[in-house]
Write a protein that binds this ligand. Sequence first.
Ligand SMILES: [Zn+2]
Length: 175
Amino acid sequence: MTTRVPFDLDRYLDGIGTRPCFICGCVADDPSFFHHRVYEDSETIIFLSRYPTLEGYCLVCPREHREDFSKDLSKAEYLRLQEMVYLLSRALKKTFNAERIYALSLGSQQANSHLHFHVAPLPSGVPLERQQYHALMAENGILQIDEPEMARLAERIRAALAAELKDQQRSSSDA
Ligand SMILES: [Zn+2]
């Protein structure tokens, strides 16, 4: 499961700047932008990365096409998105017994401009030199996970996230 296969970056980048937005495509159920969904509500969608470098690698996105979180989201919208990053991180931590959770906003104005947070669990036992950016970069190879296994991973994360959401609702109703 942890074996990486080479990632063809040139092929990936070819045409990526002119294709329609892959996140808006996913939200609209366009089959060419299919991703294994983990969660969605009226504001947020979470799905598995198509090019995972770590098992359980997710993207957390606003459903609407927003680009720069520092100017296209209100503070309240940003904090609600980050709340989902936090709850997802707790779910990933438990599901994969992760040593660290990496979370970062990437994307580019030249391609994949729709705001998305990468949230990925680092398993324990990865040597220091293979952690952090090395662990995240597709240029260092991606995991080859077949579709049925991707669906199972999405289901496991979905269940763990549902438990986190339930816990949160319980604690906020107790308060
Ligand atoms: Zn979009």
